[in-house]
Write a protein that binds this ligand. Structure first.
Ligand SMILES: [Zn+2]
Length: 269
């Protein structure tokens, strides 16, 4: 008995909503919820596409209900990217591409626009963490990551605790380019590496410079791996301290591309 592949396409209601938008303004993501149709449209190039802004915006505006709101199918124009597919696995439920946008002759409902909510969140640089300005060598950076993870774990009650993960981007000379931690206790999109990437892009408007090494206390999940791939230079790599035992750490874009490796402490370190 072969397994039938069910192809889901946007229905007439989704299409008529999408027809109000101007295709020239960029891709759209939308979801029908109890709060009406919520949406975000790409407003600039970079790793933060409309699906990410939509899901981040929902967690941000309705933190208590978000997990239920995002159980509805999200539709997007354009082909879902690796980041978007994995993002939906981590923080939402279902995603389908293929929405056809119009010529901008309709009036999109402004109250459903979550782009500004997501951008206000990004402007606060979620998960940004203070780090030394540079490390002498990777061993020092690894020690800092371990200390940071221990420190963020200690003071929080269990229910408020995000899984403690820290990430740092290093230039070839050991300079710290950016540092971030998990902040996903409420907003499930805010993993350390995703925060690192989005914070960097928000500040610099481009990928990490040549030779960048990203060190993470835990092996990146599929979402973060896909996001890191979008900003890692061709000669950059990701080094992680601990293996991710869950399925989300397997077959990530970084692994498939041979762009990540496990940290091995130097003998006697
Ligand atoms: Zn992750």
């Amino acid at each position: 008995m072969g397994r039938k592949r069910i192809v889901i396409t946007p229905g007439p209601e989704e299409q008529s909503f999408a027809a109000r938008f101007d295709a020239r303004d960029g891709d759209l993501a939308m979801v029908a919820t109890d709060h009406g149709v919520l949406w975000a449209q790409r407003h600039r190039a970079g790793p933060m596409g409309p699906v990410l802004e939509l899901v981040q915006g929902i967690y941000e505006r309705w933190p208590d209900e978000a997990r239920w709101l995002v159980r509805q199918r999200i539709f997007t124009s354009g082909e879902p990217t690796a980041v978007e597919k994995a993002l939906v696995k981590v923080a939402a439920k279902k995603l389908t591409g293929g929405l056809q946008l119009g010529e901008g002759t309709g009036v999109p409902p402004a109250e459903g626009d979550l782009g500004p909510v997501a951008r206000a969140l990004q402007a606060r640089r979620p998960g940004r963490h203070t780090a030394p300005s540079s490390f002498r060598d990777p061993t020092e950076a690894a020690a800092w990551l371990r200390r940071t993870v221990a420190e963020i774990t200690r003071p929080l009650p269990r229910h408020a605790r995000a899984r403690p993960v820290a990430a740092v981007a290093l230039a070839p000379d050991g300079r710290v380019l950016a540092a971030a931690v998990n902040d996903h206790a409420t907003n499930r999109t805010l993993h350390a590496e995703l925060n690192l990437v989005c914070n960097w892009w928000t500040e610099h408007g481009g990928p990490f410079p040549s030779g960048t090494t990203v060190m993470v206390s835990l092996q990146p999940c599929r979402m973060c791996a896909a996001q890191l791939m979008t900003v890692l230079p061709a000669d950059g790599e990701v080094v992680f301290l601990e293996h991710e035992p869950g399925a989300m750490g397997h077959h990530t874009g970084l692994q498939l591309a041979g762009r990540e490796r496990a940290w091995e402490d130097a003998p006697g370190a």
